[in-house]
Write a protein that binds this ligand. Structure first.
Ligand SMILES: Cc1cc2nc3c(=O)[nH]c(=O)nc-3n(C[C@H](O)[C@H](O)[C@H](O)COP(=O)(O)OP(=O)(O)OC[C@H]3O[C@@H](n4cnc5c(N)ncnc54)[C@H](O)[C@@H]3O)c2cc1C
Length: 470
């Protein structure tokens, strides 16, 4: 039972407490054994696997801790952030303060504001008065943070992680060792079992939209999925700036309607450290129910995007009277797909009536979500890590629960949505989570300035509090 293994809730009032993992003084020089020296194997206090925003945030915070020798490795040749969905109109879903560092370390030189300032465009940014920031600009910021950090190495894939007192990490280029590893390999596209990518690019996941956009010109296109990604694809398809106008666009969602993301203030409390820690303490069953009931807090469509789609349809129908024809089809589940010559036939169940429909298309775009990426490189130590329901079990410091010795952490960033809730894959708590990892490696807890708890009392009163109240 993993809850028995996790430590008790730590104070969130800024008290420095000793980390549960035994702290070893950080070595300023790489620790090398004789055999390591012979083979020139470098040793680090922290080795990060994957450099998306999660580990990029950790790398940015560690940059100011020269005493913690660190390295971060990504297989991509160049930093990118969901480039296959780099829609011209796509905007950031969170406030710009939710960058790599600001919410944990506002004075860090890796903040979005530092980026703007370093580029000489901070006044222009203010004057631009973005209602929502173009996602491409946040991606540019991430790329900037990546480029100015010499501890980040690209074009290198981690293939194998073993353990021999320290972690042994084999990449496509070298072998290194580390006291701690930080796994931040993100998400990969998810499609229904019966769906498939077609070699001719007429059936693909929305993550591959941009390279396949040309396939849609003059065609009948079905987008399956009523979340933010599906909505972004639909807007691109029906907008002139896509450059490849289809003849017809059909948008299918299993939800009752094309539903908005709940971005109201009390809902946004779910994306705060206090709620994240409260959520973490609940039972598995309660967590699953909570995520299901509140899914629109993270997986709905931004209101701005819904409005853009509606206004675009109005313009096409009533002002320009031009293509594409648009069919909006919520409350439907695609249950099968077949290829009939060059046409796709989608078998669709109408949920409310139970009626079955058949929808034909030249191109099918699956906006059916993402799942945690595979971590095959952990195979040599996987049997030593506790797992449940497809996730590595983590403790309240985001470290996997395993049978390794103290001081040897396997930190899991954005790989524990069932345990940590809706905020885990989101940028909202990235900086805070990274700070907790940094603190753990340093052997302290809540070393920064603690923030005032929520206005909302999420947790039930303890028996002692009840007795006091009576
Ligand atoms: C289109 C899109 C838009 C989004 N927009 C927002 C938003 O506006 N706001 C928000 O809060 N969230 C957003 N999200 C959620 C998203 O999950 C996060 O923004 C973020 O990308 C998560 O970062 P990550 O580092 O955990 O994973 P990723 O960004 O997926 O990065 C993982 C990295 O690991 C690397 N990797 C994998 N395996 C290996 C290996 N074996 N060796 C070396 N490297 C490896 C990959 O190359 C990749 O670079 C969005 C998601 C999508 C898909």
């Amino acid at each position: 039972m993993w809850s028995a293994i996790s430590s008790s809730t730590a104070s969130i009032r800024g008290v420095i407490t000793t980390c549960r993992r035994i702290w070893r003084p950080p070595s300023h020089e790489p620790v090398t054994t004789k055999s390591q020296r012979e083979n020139d194997i470098m040793h680090y206090q922290c080795a990060g696997i994957g450099v998306g925003p999660s580990n990029l945030s950790l790398a940015s915070l560690l940059h100011d801790h020269a005493e913690i020798r660190n390295i971060f490795i990504d297989k991509k040749p160049k930093f990118s952030w969901h480039d296959g969905m780099r829609f011209p109109e796509a905007t950031l879903q969170v406030a710009i303060f939710k960058d790599l560092v600001t919410l944990a370390e506002p004075t860090s030189s890796f903040s979005f504001i530092s980026y703007l300032h370093s580029q000489g465009k901070i006044y222009h940014f203010l004057n631009a008065q973005f209602e929502s920031l173009p996602r491409r600009e946040f991606s540019n910021y991430f790329e900037w943070a990546c480029e100015r950090n010499a501890n980040i190495h690209l074009s290198e894939e981690v293939e194998r992680v073993g353990f021999d007192g320290v972690f042994t990490i084999e990449t496509t280029r070298r072998r290194i060792t580390a006291d701690n590893i930080s796994v931040g390999v993100g998400v990969e596209p998810k499609m229904p079992k019966f769906a498939r990518h077609s070699a001719d690019g007429t059936s693909f996941h929305v993550a591959d939209f941009i390279p396949n956009a040309g396939k849609c010109a003059g065609k009948s296109v079905v987008v399956v999925g009523g979340g933010q990604s599906g909505a972004e694809a639909v807007l691109a398809l029906i907008s002139e700036n896509c450059g490849h106008i289809p003849r017809q666009v059909c948008w299918i969602s299993s939800r009752d309607n094309f539903l908005p993301m709940d971005n109201s203030c009390f809902t946004n409390d779910y994306f705060t450290p206090g709620h994240s820690d409260y959520f973490f303490q609940q039972s598995r069953q309660s967590k699953a129910g909570f995520v299901e009931r509140n899914i629109l807090a993270s997986d709905g469509i931004s209101e701005r995007l819904l409005r853009q789609i509606y206004q675009r349809i109005y313009t096409l129908r009533f002002i320009d009277a031009s293509l594409p024809d648009i069919a909006l089809m919520p409350d439907r589940v695609v249950v099968q797909v077949a290829q009939d010559g060059t046409q796709w036939k989608l078998i669709v169940d109408h949920r409310t009536s139970g009626a079955r429909e058949i929808i034909g298309a030249d191109v099918v775009i699956w906006a059916t979500g993402f799942r945690s990426a595979r971590m095959d490189f952990l195979a040599p130590i996987l049997s030593r890590i506790q797992q449940h329901d497809g996730e590595l079990l983590i403790d309240d410091e985001f470290a996997a629960v395993w049978d390794g010795p103290p001081g040897r952490g396997i930190f899991v960033l954005n790989g524990a949505r069932r345990q940590r809730g809706l905020a885990d894959p989101n940028l909202s708590l990235t900086a805070w989570r990274s700070q907790r990892v940094v603190d753990c490696i340093r052997g302290v807890r809540n070393a920064g300035v603690a923030q005032i708890p929520s206005f909302v009392t999420w947790a039930a009163a303890s028996p002692a509090q009840n007795r006091k109240a009576v």
